[in-house]
Ligand binder design. Sequence first.
Ligand SMILES: NC(=O)C1=CN([C@@H]2O[C@H](COP(=O)(O)OP(=O)(O)OC[C@H]3O[C@@H](n4cnc5c(N)ncnc54)[C@H](O)[C@@H]3O)[C@@H](O)[C@H]2O)[C@@H](O)CC1
Ligand SMILES: Nc1ncnc2c1ncn2[C@@H]1O[C@H](COP(=O)(O)OP(=O)(O)O)[C@@H](O)[C@H]1O
Ligand SMILES: [K+]
Length: 511
Amino acid sequence: MKIFSAAQLHKADEATTKKHNITQLELMEHAGTQIFNWLHQRMQGAQVPIHIFCGIGNNGGDGLVVGRKLMEAGYNVEMYVANFTDKRSKCFLINYDRVKSSTKKWPKLMMSAEDFPEINPEDILIDALFGIGLNRPPEGWVKKLIQYLNEQKSFKLSIDIPSGLYPDQALEDAEAVIKANHTLTFQSPKLAFFLPETGKFVPYYEVIDIGLDAEYLQKTESIAQLISKQEVQQFYKQREKFSHKGMYGHALIVAGSYGKIGASVLSARAALRSGAGLVTAFVPECGYEVLQASIPEVMVLTDTEDDLITDISYDFEPSVIGVGPGIGTKKETVTALKKLFSETKVPFVIDADALNCIAENESVMKVLPKNSILTPHPGELKRLIGDWTDDYDKLEKTKKFSEEKEVIVLIKGAHSIAVVGKQLYINNTGNPGMATGGSGDVLTGMITGLVAQGYDALLATLFGTYLHGRAGNMVAETKGFEALIASDIIEYIGDAYLDLFAQPEQEPQQQ
Ligand SMILES: NC(=O)C1=CN([C@@H]2O[C@H](COP(=O)(O)OP(=O)(O)OC[C@H]3O[C@@H](n4cnc5c(N)ncnc54)[C@H](O)[C@@H]3O)[C@@H](O)[C@H]2O)[C@@H](O)CC1
Ligand SMILES: Nc1ncnc2c1ncn2[C@@H]1O[C@H](COP(=O)(O)OP(=O)(O)O)[C@@H](O)[C@H]1O
Ligand SMILES: [K+]
């Protein structure tokens, strides 16, 4: 799914009204009606008090439409207008009048903190203060209003975006944002929903299709793409009946050091479970028995050193090399990596300590192979590209790094983001249970296993990240978050594949 910027959505709005010969007011009526339908379906006429807080722009206009429709349907509604400026939008004003003529009741005007209403915990709050037109942080009594609403225990529903958040630029005042329980967002989720500093204000959202011009949206290059099941289904390559293991690649996993051999076990097993034809693990001598005993399907090569990797040699042509988990950053390992990178012409998946070795040694950075897939968590990323001021600065710096080095960078996190030059691809699977040691090693193995099978670097990155998160979600369904460990993710890779094309369960048919 495409993620558009505020500017693009405003343009889509214009294109829609022009091309389909409808007015902005009609578009607003349609958007508000969709929100009303959503509420009506859930509330079925329940007389729970609903307080709607409207601003004076089009987001406020949406709130007025919702309020009018709810009142017409007999709901118990109170509407308020936060009158923070006189620059009311045209559609707001028309809807303001419509409320009066339809319901015979003016919304309550709020001019200061003295006008804040009393709210009970069981009431419902609808936030229509600011939408994507926010152009400065809320201040003064408006900020106080946001804080007052946040103090309430009531369920909070934001229209389009929690008020106080910018859709695609850095937050300036985290104390002036509605902490919404749910957000109904128009047409496309906003980039802010997926970034750690702002995503925490959007625990749940749903996209409401308000019918913006499909052709415009299709032609416009979005600022990011959200990768969900629908997208990855198209990546999947079916296995052929007469295929053999030689057709699914031979992955080499270079991982582990004394005390961290488990990292190589996790990566190698994940590569196998993802479907690689053959997997060889290259480990320090001390890892030999551990690997042979724990994964009979994996072949093992060892370094001449017992404790760490010092010279990576092998007697076959790997289809891909996944390198880094648990290898440490000792100088002998750095030297081995530099040699590997400069002498080997196969695709690389580079993770963990291999990234730290690159960041700490300019000479290794210089031989970083083009088209590699780098999978840093934010700590590793910081070592690679330097510090950033906010999430957007982080993305810009990562884009620059990706372009300069010609590599894919997967920034891991709650929503891992693959950065390929200027393009951003946002993963939509995973859960906080996966914040546990070794889950990144599993991901390295999975992406390596996919490249081995012939998926190109970008597809392998996106598909691997999706499956990793989906497998993690399936573990969480049975074990919960806390008990989830990295090995469990591997055990559910198969289920994550099966789930790609699983049909939703059918209701039993009545005779
Ligand atoms: N194409 C779309 O996406 C559609 C958008 N609609 C709604 O329109 C909204 C955008 O409307 P607008 O562009 O009117 O913007 P907003 O409703 O977000 O409001 C911005 C207004 O508040 C002022 N303002 C901004 N920041 C302020 C601050 N910190 N303190 C005080 N005043 C501030 C602005 O000058 C402007 O007058 C969307 O979020 C959505 O709710 C819908 O009506 C239907 C169509
Ligand atoms: N809160 C979260 N929600 C979803 N996924 C998460 C969360 N925390 C971590 N993950 C995922 O778990 C993995 C952790 O990787 P990493 O930090 O490298 O772990 P390790 O080094 O222990 O293997 C990443 O794929 C990341 O996206
Ligand atoms: K809002």
